[in-house]
Design a protein around this ligand. Structure first.
Ligand code: GLU
Length: 278
């Protein structure tokens, strides 16, 4: 089996744009240059927003770009019961607790605004609740302090331009910046995106994760989860993002940058590579 395996993991919720093209081509080219495998995974657990027509459009766009992937397209949807079953093994290890807090409950419980974090770190309101008090609508949160003491020192290697180096996960920082994350959403049997993705990177034998810099912030929590579940940690490479003329990051809704639109206007795959500097 080749030692280098990477993947492109789009969510089929809209058209691929130049930013996706950059990610997919970069991962594909690096895999081929290393004699490795390039896999395609549809992150389609969002049952409302993911559509078969976007799945089909993504395959059309990647094929048009001249990219080939190894093996069948991997889908997350059929794996949802498996993710849930694996997550629930943490219950017996006493690492999860049920939580019924709404966003406004959480804001109200925070004495002062939190600095240096771009999301709200859960203040721990429900942490003492036993699993026996779990209600159907409760979320499941990870007790991060317990998890950290179980796994010990943890680190990962990043090779992307902005954050290259060996990153040690410092427990004090993790408690302040990550906190007790939700691993399964309220009332739905769907695990958090970053957990599903961590399971799949292991199941697909991914040795190198190549993706946009916007996902760097998820990496420490994914690495912690890999350790908790005894999974290997891949090498990470977070690449710079393609921005629009105003310097804004491209989003799915930026249909103006959709690959299909450029194709309809007569652009070739070589033109796309030139536009994104590859
Ligand atoms: N599904 C994520 C996205 O479309 C990518 C996740 C990943 O590459 O780890 O942004």
């Amino acid at each position: 089996m080749p030692s280098f395996t990477t993947r492109f993991a789009p969510s089929p919720t809209g058209p691929l744009h130049l930013g996706h093209a950059y990610s997919a081509i970069l991962a594909h080219d690096i895999a081929r240059a290393n004699g490795g495998r390039f896999l395609l995974r549809m992150e389609d657990t969002d049952l409302e927003r993911c559509k078969p027509e976007w799945h089909a459009a993504i395959l059309t766009d990647l094929t048009w770009l001249g990219l080939t992937w190894d093996g069948p397209v991997y889908r997350q949807q059929p794996k949802i019961p498996d993710y849930t079953a694996r997550l629930e093994t943490l219950i017996a290890r006493d690492l999860l607790y049920p939580c019924s807090c709404t966003r406004s409950d959480i804001r109200a419980a925070l004495a002062a605004p939190q600095e240096g974090v771009d999301h709200i770190v859960y203040p721990g309101t429900c942490r003492a609740r036993p699993m026996s008090s779990r209600q159907p609508k409760d979320a499941l949160r990870l007790d991060l302090a317990k998890a950290l003491s179980e796994i010990g020192p943890t680190s990962f290697v990043e090779t992307g331009p902005a954050f290259a180096g060996h990153h040690k996960i410092n427990p004090t920082d993790a408690l302040q910046t990550i906190g007790d994350v939700v691993l399964s959403r309220k009332g739905e049997d769907i695990v958090a995106y970053f957990l599903a993705s961590a399971f799949d990177d292991a199941d697909q034998g991914i040795t190198h994760v190549i993706r946009g810099q916007d996902l760097f912030a998820f990496t420490p929590v994914q690495v912690l989860l890999q350790k908790l579940f005894g999974l290997p940690t891949p090498v990470y490479h977070h690449h710079a993002l393609i921005r629009d003329d105003a310097g804004k990051r491209l989003a799915k809704r930026d249909d103006a940058r959709a690959l299909a639109k450029f194709r309809a206007e007569g652009a070739t795959p070589a033109d796309i590579r030139r536009m994104i500097g590859l």
